[in-house]
Design a binder for this molecule. Structure first.
Ligand code: IPM
Ligand code: MG
Length: 346
């Protein structure tokens, strides 16, 4: 999957006169097997020096019973926090040829084009104290949802900036009727919003947002939300578009790379699918579309990014389908075949 994505990047980079260089490192399950750590320290150092990181999926049932600190997912969390990638951009857009692949009615999903801006290095994922304890024979587990105003402000600005280039609407999602961290979230978002007079801000409780996403998804342009809420809502938004196998993501911070653009990490929003691993069944389009985001944000090659997106659209309208997006009776192609089809159209 990641191989075909790298081929796509090489080809587009070459076509745009941007020769890209690649280095490969192991993280997650395979790194645990080889060197006993989901993110070996030299890998983080290498990632820090890179202009951008393209990440493959990291887990599998084989590693599910390891203690928390040793699980493959830690690779992801440590990369995000080690590279201070606080802004996770997850666009969800319906591809016309796939409109029937959604579990919702075509008239509901037609025209969906939203962007979830998920805070990625704070909130309950990283908050302390956290733990599992046993006291007087009874076990407890606890975590901390915490945001300071600086963290909220910087993710807010990313969302407002993004919205100013789109349809100029931000929906800030929280649970301010219950959580203090959300009360602050709402206050700070409102303050930040004052700097962007051309952008409309509304606030929505997360439960309502989950409902509105399936009821009237075209209501949304940019959604800005916390780490945990963003995790959940982005899976939901993905399903609106038919397949989680289609959606890319970009994680950005404040650090600039050697090209003067934000250093970022790019990955599909789907995780691993151990049941189909190695069978050539997986849909590589989310990873390929993540390469488009990589070119757009970390290389400044907008034209190359568009070329990849157009090639993916063509492949879909020419009827290529992996199993996850095929309707009953449609011909299913392999990971390699659909990847090859994209390469041919570049
Ligand atoms: C995601 C994933 C990760 C997350 C997991 C694999 C740690 O679900 O990127 O959405 O929860 O952030
Ligand atoms: Mg998730």
């Amino acid at each position: 999957m990641t191989e075909v994505a790298v081929q796509v990047l090489r080809k587009v980079g070459g076509n745009c006169g941007i020769p890209l260089k690649f280095e490969t490192s192991l993280v997650g399950g395979v790194a645990i097997d080889r060197v006993g750590s989901p993110l070996p320290p030299p890998v983080l150092e290498k990632a820090k020096k890179a202009d951008a990181v393209l990440l493959g999926a990291v887990g599998g049932p084989k590693w599910d019973n390891l203690p928390h600190a040793k699980r493959p997912e830690q690779a992801l969390l440590r990369l995000r926090s080690g590279l201070t990638l606080f802004a996770n951009l997850r666009p969800a857009k319906v591809f016309k040829p796939l409109i029937d692949a959604s579990s919702l009615k075509p008239e509901v999903v037609d025209g969906i084009d939203l962007l979830i801006v998920r805070e990625l290095t704070g909130g309950i994922y990283f908050g302390k104290p956290r733990g599992l304890v046993k006291e007087k024979g009874k076990r407890s587990g606890f975590n901390t949802e915490i945001y300071d105003e600086k963290e909220i402000e910087r993710i807010g600005r990313i969302a407002f900036e993004a919205a100013s280039k789109r349809t100029k609407k931000v929906t800030s999602v929280d649970k301010a009727n219950i959580l203090e961290s959300s009360i602050l979230w709402r206050e700070v978002m409102t303050e930040v919003g004052k700097d962007y007079s051309g952008v409309k801000l509304d606030h929505m409780y997360v439960d309502n947002c989950a409902m509105q996403l399936v009821r009237n998804p075209r209501h949304f342009d940019v959604i800005v939300t916390s780490n945990l809420f963003g995790d959940i809502l982005s899976d939901e938004a993905a399903m609106l578009t038919g397949s989680i196998g289609m959606l890319p993501s970009a994680s950005l911070g404040e650090v600039k790379n050697s090209l003067g653009y934000p250093r970022g990490m790019y990955e599909p929003i789907h995780g691993t699918a151990p049941d189909i691993a190695g069978k050539g069944l997986a849909n590589p389009l989310a990873t390929i579309l993540s390469c488009a985001m990589l070119l757009r944000y970390s290389v400044g090659a907008e034209e190359g990014a568009r070329k990849i997106e157009e090639a993916v659209e063509k492949v879909l309208s020419h009827g290529f389908r992996t199993a996850d997006i095929a309707k009953k009776g449609e011909k299913v192609v392999s990971t390699g075949e659909i990847g090859e089809a994209v390469l041919e159209r570049l």
